[in-house]
Every structure is written in structure tokens, then in C-alpha cells.
Design a protein around this ligand. Structure first.
Ligand code: ATP
Length: 775
């Protein structure tokens, strides 16, 4: 009874949705009380003390938790010259309890995460610290290494460049730093091995996710894809040329959300005429329409410098949620080739999707999950719904004194831009450093050009590589600096007032600290807060303000009517109800993002169940000889004969036949799964059309996806038996490739990125193809 009452009191006191951190706070005093004793120890003694914590299981009991924090603090002080603040220790305790620790920018999450990781590792758990990019994974691992050394914990990192053997070793370290995508790609590759010894990842145990909201919410539904080489898609230069000459509205129409483009009647006539009078709906020319559609999609909906850049002779996708170039990422084959044709660059290899995993599915594999980020409360509900994670709000070390000014609203984009330029000039004249956050690369460039034109020289963060970005953003706090950046470019890098060496700190403090200017509100308030959070770190002075206009995409996309305002001579709209309109637009956009996330999650759930069945079966084939046993039953005669034949040729009969059986069975399992995946992608797309018939799309999807999977394992087994029956032994070996068992000669990986015009790009391509096939 008392417990329940205490619980309800706690609910009332704590911010709704947040973990009560008072129990952690109570430990701060005893932790501090240990400090003097621990300082007296030499390094070896300190390490030995840490090792003693390994004598018990997780979770930590009170006394051990105190000891861990005290040891961690002392080790950080010695190894890094930084004594963890109380608030950092609160963060450590929250992470050890499997929560998402909300800690503002610059509060020192890297150190907090490392101490928690060490805490898990000392209790025998393997920890992955998941970062948003390779640069941060490597930087953080190297930065924290001396601390880990003192605590007797072995850290390692993995990046895109790591070779398989290096990965295998790194993943067996106590704590491994890696980007979410690299781990995901390794999961996918591990699922395809034909030799258990080729796998690089051990079983997942603990993940601490950096930038948790971005990874767990914004990127949750992004599929990481493993593709295998098939034949290369031909560059469709002909179609690229053709669509270039089509006229908007007359020949094609774009839907309201800018997600789809379609030929009009006139467009169809024009295309047919230009292709020598063919009939697009004729059976013989059934492959033409999808080609036109792909080219049109690439031409109209994918914008250079917004969705991709052309660099080093190739098309590089821009990761929109971070404004970065994604190097090894590409769109599903047809679309990538179409954009390459549009830009007249060389067409890269294409292939078929072997398997994929969403970021969300990747993360939930870990039995223990924790995270840290500057902005978690706004997505607390989603973290609970999708991951059963709670948010612990950690107070800042020093109170935040940043001035957050209300939005400045303008009627038109031009008026907004003029006002921004005037503001930048005025602020810059005082020497105060400015950080301007834009929506995309194109906007950054346009604004930078305009500023340069006014004699205001600035650095532009344009989705370059992460290390360069970090170096630029590190100087954004310099006296007189103007930095223009897309939303999260250079994230994870500290902006110190006065530059990275803080040489000019006093002057910059005097000028008011960093001035953050948002060039338009983002699709979610959380992203706004992340930008604001760049200023005012560790109690620094600073300011943030957003300039918005009624022409901004966020507003026009989500508000039906933007007429009837009154503006002053500069175009400024001050009526508070119009400011509310902008907030409203953002809330609509947030709601849509959540809906899309929910939807994808529902679809993926069923696919994950089916995948689970296949993977379990695959594991038994890979490690327990299941394929061999089945084939010995299904093709008993041939199985026995083969063993004899191999032995007659001087080989080890049973082992060789078992190997062949394994390869053949895995081949058909993987082949079947790839085909089933393609079927599901198409099915899901087709559902959208049926949805128009007012049936529940998810029910429809399940209705077809479930029976389609029904005979999956039996089919694969039957095919394996057919192939097995065709194998022969020669010189004591069995060459399975002569029976048609050929695995992809090369594989590569990519992320299918969020795009404003599609909830799932793969399905866009699916639809384009489907349309053609259907006539
Ligand atoms: N206890 C400490 N004492 C002194 N300096 C510290 C302490 N903890 C962290 N720092 C310093 O604070 C800076 C910010 O740390 P860090 O980059 O980990 O912040 P963050 O919380 O990850 O910020 P962001 O949100 O930008 O990623 C670093 O320069 C780090 O060296």
C-alpha cells in the first residue's frame, strides 16, 4: 500500500514520463566521501579495486555503485585530467539502469557513457557504444582509452575501413565503439556466412546509444541494406534526355506533397511520339513505362544539393536528417542509375537486396539498452512505446543562461532573408560569433553566397566528411566567426567560446557568447532544440532565435491557408496568432513523422517474425548440420553414394558431403529469403493501392504475407534436395557451383534514407516497376 502511494507521489513530483533521479542524487555524498581514500592509491591499486567489482552480477547494489562511481571519477581525473561532475555521475547511474539520460550539449556525455560502459564491462558484459558516425566512434574510443586502461577495461573501435579480421577482434573487446550502420552491416553480413567461423559479431549484450533520439526515433525506420552483385543496370541516358525536355504541368504532375510524379495524358502522348510512336500500354513495350517513370522521378523529385551532391564523378546521397554525405549509401538500384544518368556520371554497380534490417530492429537485439542525448523528453513517449526505455532528465552542471528569443516571423522568404542578412551584419559587427542553422545544403549555399555578397565571409558546413566538419565547427565560437551549417552537421563536437583553444574567450563572452540563428524551424521542435543547444554550454552566455516565414516549407506543407496577415514595412508579422500557426505547422509535421514511424514498425514486425524463423533454421544448418541430416533423409541413396565417391577419390566422405549439404541448403534458404523480401516489398506497395478501397492496409498485408511464407522452409528444403541430387564428386571433392550454387561474387551495403517524398524509397521503385508490369 505504502509502495503504491510512494509511487503516485513520485509520479506527481517527477516530470511526467521521466525517471525519478533522486535515488541517484542520494549517492553523490557517499561517492564524494570515497574520494580521499582512492586518491591515495597508486594506479595499479586503483585498477585492482576496479577488478574487484567483477565479483558480482548486474545490477549494481548500492555499495558497489558508490564504489564504481568513485573509482570512475578518480580514474577520469588521473587519466583525462577531468574530474566527472556530479551530474555526469547521475548520468552514469541512469545508463547503468538502462535509461536514456537526457543531458544538454557540452555536459560531457562522452565521459558519462564511457564510465557507464566500464561499469557494464566490469560486470562481464560486452558493451557497444553506438555512435552516429565513424569519426565519432574512433574519436571517442581513442579519447577515453586512458580511462579504460586505468579501470582495466579494453576498448576498441570499428569503422567502415575496418577489415573483417579487425572487426572480429574489435567486437570481442570489452567496449566497442562503432557507428550504428557499421554494426548493422555486420549483422547483415553475418547472416549470410556459410562458415560459422566467418562471423564477426558475438551475441549482442549491452548497447549505449549516443544521440539516442536521432538514432532511436529519427532514423529508427531507416533500413540498412545488404546487396549482392547481379548484372549492372544500363545507364538510361535516353530516358534521362527525354524527360529533361518534358514540361511540368503539361506533361507531368507532381502530387501535393511532392512525393510522386506522374505523366499526364499529354505527357504519355509526347513520350510515345518521341520514342517513335510506340504504345506505352502495349505488351511488347511493357518495360518502357517504368523506365520513363524512374527517369522522371530522378529528374523531378530528386534535387541536386538537396537530396544528393555530385562529387568525385559520382552521385552521393545526402543524409537529410544530418545534412551529411553518405559515402557508401545509394538508392535502390533503378533509382540510383536514373540519377546517375540524369547527372551524366558513370553508372555504378547494382544488385539485388539480399537482406535488410532497420535501425530499430538492430537496436532491439540488445537485451540491455541505454542511451544519451540532449533532447529526449520530447520523444519520451516514443522511446517507451518502441523500446520500453525511460528518460532520466539530468540537470545541467551549471544553470543555462542562454537567451532564447521568440521567433521572428516574416511574410515572405525574401523578407526573411533580408532580415537575416541585416541581423547577421549587425551582430557580426560586434565580433559576436554566429552559427546559422539551415534546412539543407542548397539553402546553406544560397545564404552563404548572399552573405559573402554583403562582405560577410562565412564558413559553410556542407556535408563534407565528418572529421573536416568537426574541425570547422570546433572554431565556430571564435571571435567574429560566421558559420553556416545544416542541422546536425558536425554534431558531437564542442563549440568553445573563443575558438577551440579558447584564446579569445573573454572577448567573446563580453560580446554575449555564441549567437545561434535558425534559418527556419525544423520538422520537429526537438531538432530546433538541438540547434539552440549549441549555444550556452556549461553555463556560457549565448542566444538563440529562429527566423521564419509563411513561405517556409514547414508552413506551406502543413497549413492550408496563410492569407490574411498584416505585416510591417519590413514584412515582419508580429501577431501572436500567426506565431502559433508556425508552432501548429510543426506539430502537424511531428504527428506525421510519428504516424509513419508507427506504420513502418507494424509492417516490419511481421517481417521480423518471419526473418526470425528463417534465421533460427539457418543457424541450425550452419552450426548443427541440419541440412546434411535432412538431405540424408530426402536423398538417402545419393547421399550414401556421394560419401563413397568422395572416399574413392581420397577425400573425407562424411565431412565433404556435410559441407556440400550445408552450402546447398544455405544457398536455397538465402535465395528464398531474398525472393520473399522482394515479394513483401511489392506486396506492401500494392497494398497502398488497395488502401484506396478503404480496407485496413495492414490486415491486407498480413493476409497475403502470412500464407506466402507458409511453405517457405519446405520449399527451400525441396529445392536443396533437387540441387543435391545433381552434385557429383571428383577427386575427393564436391564442387557445388556446377549444380548452380553460386553466391553473389560481391556484396555491398547502403542505407535507404528518409525522403520527404516517400516513406520508403524501395517501395517507390517497387511501385514504378509494378506499374509497368501491370500496364
Ligand atoms: N568533468 C569534466 N570536467 C571538465 N571538462 C569536462 C568534463 N566532462 C567533459 N568535459 C569536457 O566537456 C566537453 C564536452 O564534452 P562532450 O563532447 O562529451 O559533450 P557532449 O555532452 O557529448 O556534447 P554534444 O551534445 O555536443 O555531443 C569536452 O571538451 C570535454 O573534455
Amino acid at each position: 500500500m505504502f509502495g503504491r502511494m510512494a509511487e503516485s507521489v513520485r509520479r506527481l513530483l517527477g516530470k511526467p514520463g521521466a525517471v525519478d533521479i533522486r535515488p541517484y542524487t542520494k549517492l553523490l555524498e557517499p561517492i564524494e566521501a570515497r574520494e580521499e581514500d582512492l586518491r591515495a592509491l597508486d594506479d595499479a591499486e586503483l585498477t585492482a579495486k576496479a577488478a574487484e567489482l567483477g565479483n558480482a552480477e548486474l545490477p549494481y547494489e548500492r555499495a558497489d555503485l558508490i564504489e564504481l562511481c568513485a573509482l570512475g571519477r578518480e580514474a577520469a581525473r588521473r587519466a583525462l585530467g577531468e574530474r566527472p561532475f556530479d551530474v555526469q555521475l547521475l548520468g552514469v547511474m541512469a545508463l547503468l539502469d538502462g535509461h536514456v539520460a537526457e543531458m544538454a550539449t557540452g555536459e560531457g556525455k562522452t565521459l558519462t557513457g564511457a564510465l557507464a560502459a566500464a561499469g557494464f564491462a566490469l560486470r562481464g558484459k560486452r558493451v557497444h557504444v553506438l555512435s552516429v558516425n565513424d569519426y565519432l566512434a574512433r574519436r571517442d574510443a581513442e579519447w577515453m582509452r586512458p580511462l579504460y586502461d586505468l579501470l582495466g577495461v579494453a576498448p576498441a573501435w570499428v569503422t567502415e575501413e575496418s577489415a573483417p579480421e579487425e572487426r572480429r577482434i574489435a567486437y570481442t573487446a570489452d567496449v566497442t565503439y562503432a557507428s550504428v550502420s557499421e554494426v548493422g552491416f555486420d549483422v547483415l553480413r553475418d547472416r549470410m556466412v556459410t562458415d560459422a567461423g566467418d562471423r564477426v559479431l558475438p551475441a549482442p549484450e549491452v548497447a549505449i546509444v549516443d544521440e539516442a533520439d536521432s538514432v532511436l526515433v529519427d532514423e529508427a525506420r531507416v533500413p540498412l541494406v545488404l546487396a549482392g552483385a547481379a548484372e549492372a543496370a544500363a545507364a538510361d541516358l535516353e530516358m534521362a534526355e527525354l524527360v529533361r525536355t518534358l514540361k511540368p504541368r503539361l506533361h507531368y504532375e507532381i502530387d501535393e506533397e511532392g512525393r510522386n510524379v506522374q505523366l499526364t495524358e499529354a505527357g504519355i502522348d509526347e513520350v510515345e511520339k518521341r520514342l517513335g510512336g510506340i504504345d506505352l500500354y502495349d505488351e511488347d513495350d511493357v518495360s518502357v513505362l517504368p523506365r520513363v517513370n524512374l527517369a522522371l522521378h530522378a529528374h523531378v523529385l530528386l534535387k541536386r544539393d538537396v537530396h544528393y551532391v555530385v562529387r568525385d564523378g559520382g552521385v552521393r546521397l545526402i543524409n537529410e536528417s544530418r545534412g551529411r554525405i553518405a559515402l557508401l549509401q545509394r538508392w535502390p538500384d533503378g533509382l540510383q542509375a536514373a540519377v546517375e544518368a540524369k547527372e551524366k556520371v558513370e553508372v555504378s554497380e547494382t544488385g539485388e537486396v539480399l537482406d535488410s534490417i532497420t535501425v530499430q530492429a538492430l537496436v532491439v537485439r540488445y537485451p540491455t539498452l541505454a542511451g544519451m542525448t540532449g533532447t529526449a523528453m520530447a520523444v519520451a513517449e516514443q522511446l517507451r512505446e518502441f523500446y520500453e526505455l525511460e528518460v532520466a532528465q539530468i540537470p545541467s552542471n551549471k544553470p543555462c543562461v542562454r537567451e532564447d528569443e521568440a521567433d521572428r516571423l516574416y511574410a515572405t522568404l525574401e523578407e526573411k532573408e533580408d532580415a537575416v542578412v541585416a541581423e547577421v551584419a549587425e551582430v557580426h559587427a560586434t565580433g559576436r560569433p554566429l552559427l546559422i542553422g539551415t534546412q539543407d545544403v542548397a539553402e546553406s549555399e544560397r545564404l552563404a553566397k548572399r552573405l559573402e555578397g554583403e562582405g560577410l565571409s562565412c564558413s559553410v558546413l556542407n556535408a563534407k566528411n565528418d572529421a573536416d566538419e568537426a574541425a570547422i565547427i570546433a572554431e565556430a565560437g571564435k571571435y567574429g566567426a560566421i558559420t553556416v551549417s545544416t542541422q546536425m552537421a558536425g554534431r558531437g563536437t564542442d563549440i568553445r567560446l573563443g575558438g577551440s583553444d579558447m584564446a579569445d574567450r573573454d572577448r567573446v563572452v563580453e560580446a554575449g557568447g555564441l549567437y545561434v540563428l535558425g534559418y527556419g524551424r525544423y520538422p520537429s521542435s526537438r531538432l530546433d532544440d538541438q540547434l539552440r543547444g549549441r549555444a550556452g554550454r556549461q553555463g556560457d552566455p549565448g542566444k538563440s532565435v529562429f527566423f521564419v516565414s509563411l513561405d517556409d516549407d514547414l508552413v506551406t506543407a502543413n497549413v492550408a491557408d496563410t492569407s490574411g496577415y498584416t505585416a510591417d514595412a519590413e514584412g515582419r508579422v508580429t501577431d501572436p496568432s500567426w506565431l502559433d500557426t508556425v508552432d501548429h505547422a510543426q506539430r502537424v509535421s511531428e504527428g506525421q513523422l510519428l504516424e509513419v514511424h508507427r506504420n513502418t514498425w507494424r509492417y516490419n514486425k511481421l517481417i521480423d517474425v518471419q526473418r526470425g524463423v528463417v534465421l533460427e533454421h539457418r543457424e541450425a544448418v550452419l552450426t548443427q548440420g541440419l541440412g546434411d541430416r535432412q538431405l540424408a533423409l530426402d536423398c538417402a541413396r545419393h547421399h550414401a553414394d556421394l560419401i563413397d565417391d568422395v572416399e574413392a577419390g581420397g577425400g573425407d566422405g562424411e565431412a565433404e558431403v556435410a559441407r556440400a549439404a550445408r552450402l546447398i541448403t544455405l544457398y536455397h534458404l538465402d535465395r528464398g529469403w531474398t525472393d520473399h523480401n522482394a515479394f513483401l516489398a511489392e506486396l506492401r506497395e500494392g497494398i497502398h493501392l488497395r488502401f484506396l478501397g478503404r480496407r485496413d492496409p495492414l490486415d491486407e498485408f498480413n493476409r497475403d504475407a502470412v500464407p506466402a511464407f507458409k511453405g517457405f522452409l519446405d520449399d527451400a528444403r525441396a529445392r536443396a534436395a533437387e540441387t543435391f541430387a545433381e552434385t557429383e564428386a571428383a577427386d575427393g571433392r564436391i564442387d557445388v557451383s556446377t549444380a548452380g550454387v553460386k553466391r553473389p561474387s560481391m556484396t555491398w551495403t547502403y542505407m535507404v534514407h528518409d525522403h520527404p517524398f516517400s516513406s520508403d524509397l524501395e517501395t517507390v521503385v517497387g511501385r514504378l516497376k509494378g506499374k509497368g508490369a501491370g500496364g
